[in-house]
Every structure is written in structure tokens, then in C-alpha cells.
Design a protein around this ligand. Structure first.
Ligand SMILES: [Zn+2]
Length: 222
């Protein structure tokens, strides 16, 4: 393996090696939401060599996103997050095939968008979409990684269908819309989504490589 290989620094890790890199190369991960969590996890996974990524977001980039949504710049304001993220990720690693979907995830399209992948990452900001992800996960036996951040803290949890508790086990009923605080109303420090998203990205590698993964609800207040 030449020392200048793109992945040389992670292939020498005993936890990855050449065969692990090959597994990552052939893995497909879908990131729902291209905000602070999604941009950070997409960045790490693209650099790590997950060669098939789909990013989903219906929103356009706004000035107040730049405080925490890494990879976006001032000249991207007004353009679709998923499209711009795809472009930035391709600039980082042109070996990765990235699919950008500019749409919201809803009960009519969730099956079509999510049902053929190895793992789904939650980069959303609402429980409604998380329930949709959970449904598809259970139905198609696809692991997903929940995450949420607000103010100075965040949490994440791996959900492996039929192995670990799912979202419905924790919260059987959907909270009333507007009943939970949001980053828009309560604020968020820009370092916490980067940390939580990178825990998600790390757990993604562990799950894909069939290594021991966290079964805890990880809560971190920075
Ligand atoms: Zn459950």
C-alpha cells in the first residue's frame, strides 16, 4: 500500500485495515438532513471513503446556517443545501458517488428514498421525520443512528432493528408539533453538532465494519 494512498492513515489502523476499507468502499449511507449534523457527518464519511452517499434536504442555505453548518460558505446562500453539499463533498473526494435529493422526507417518499442502503444517519431537527426513518429501518432491517442537538448539549443512539430498542420503544407517541424546543428558539453552540455528528460517523464505521458498537443513549453537554 503506497504511503500516499488517500486512506493510508486509516488503513494502518488495526480496526480498519485493507479489508475494512474495502467494506467502507462498498457501503451505502443515507444522511437525512444537511444541516449542522448532516454536513459534519457527511464530511467525515466522505473523507473516510464511504463511496456511496445520499444526502436529503429540502431547504436552502441561509446566513444564520453558516455559524454551524460546516462546508457552506457565503456564496452558497440561497441555494439548495443538498445540491451544494454534494458539490463540496465531490471536491473533497471525487471517488465517492453522491446523490443529492432536494425534497422533504414524507410518508409518500420515505420508502423510495430510504429502503436500499446499509445505514441511515439522522441529521433532522424533528421527531416526525425520525419516526419515518424508524419505520423504514424496522421494516427493511436497516440500522439508523438517532441524533439531536440543542443549546450546549446533544445526544445520539444507535438503533439496530430487532437488536436494540428503537425510537418507538423510547417514545411511543409522537410529541405535539412545536412542543419541543428548537435551535431557532433556544439556540445552539456550533461545536456540539460537530461532536455529536462525529460520534455518529464513528459509530457508522463500527456498525459497517461489524465491530462492537455503542448500545447506550450517549448524552454530552459540552
Ligand atoms: Zn421499538
Amino acid at each position: 500500500m503506497p504511503a500516499n494512498n488517500r486512506y493510508s492513515r486509516q488503513i494502518i489502523l488495526p480496526q480498519i485495515q485493507k479489508q475494512g476499507q474495502e467494506i467502507l468502499k462498498n457501503s451505502t449511507v443515507i444522511i437525512v438532513g444537511c444541516g449542522a449534523l448532516g454536513t459534519n457527518s457527511a464530511n467525515s464519511l466522505t473523507r473516510a471513503g464511504i463511496e456511496h452517499l445520499t444526502v436529503i434536504d429540502r431547504d436552502i442555505i441561509e446566513l444564520h446556517n453558516l455559524q454551524r453548518q460546516n462546508l457552506y460558505t457565503e456564496k452558497d446562500i440561497g441555494r439548495p443545501k443538498a445540491t451544494i453539499l454534494k458539490k463540496k463533498l465531490h471536491d473533497i473526494n471525487s471517488e465517492v458517488t453522491i446523490t443529492a435529493i432536494v425534497d422533504d422526507l414524507n410518508p409518500k417518499n420515505s420508502e423510495k428514498f430510504l429502503s436500499s442502503c446499509d445505514l441511515i444517519l439522522d441529521g433532522t431537527d424533528n421527531m416526525h421525520t425520525r419516526y419515518l426513518i424508524n419505520d423504514i429501518s424496522i421494516k427493511h432491517n436497516i440500522p439508523w443512528i438517532y441524533a439531536g442537538v440543542i443549546q450546549t448539549y446533544g445526544m445520539t443512539m444507535n438503533i439496530i432493528p430487532h437488536q436494540t430498542p428503537c425510537l418507538c420503544c423510547y417514545t411511543p407517541t409522537l410529541p405535539e408539533p412545536g412542543s419541543l424546543p428548537t435551535c431557532a428558539t433556544a439556540g445552539v453552540l456550533n461545536t456540539i453538532p460537530a461532536i455529536i455528528a462525529n460520534i455518529q460517523a464513528t459509530e457508522t464505521l463500527k456498525i459497517l465494519l461489524n465491530k462492537e458498537f455503542s448500545t447506550d443513549l450517549i448524552i454530552y453537554d459540552i
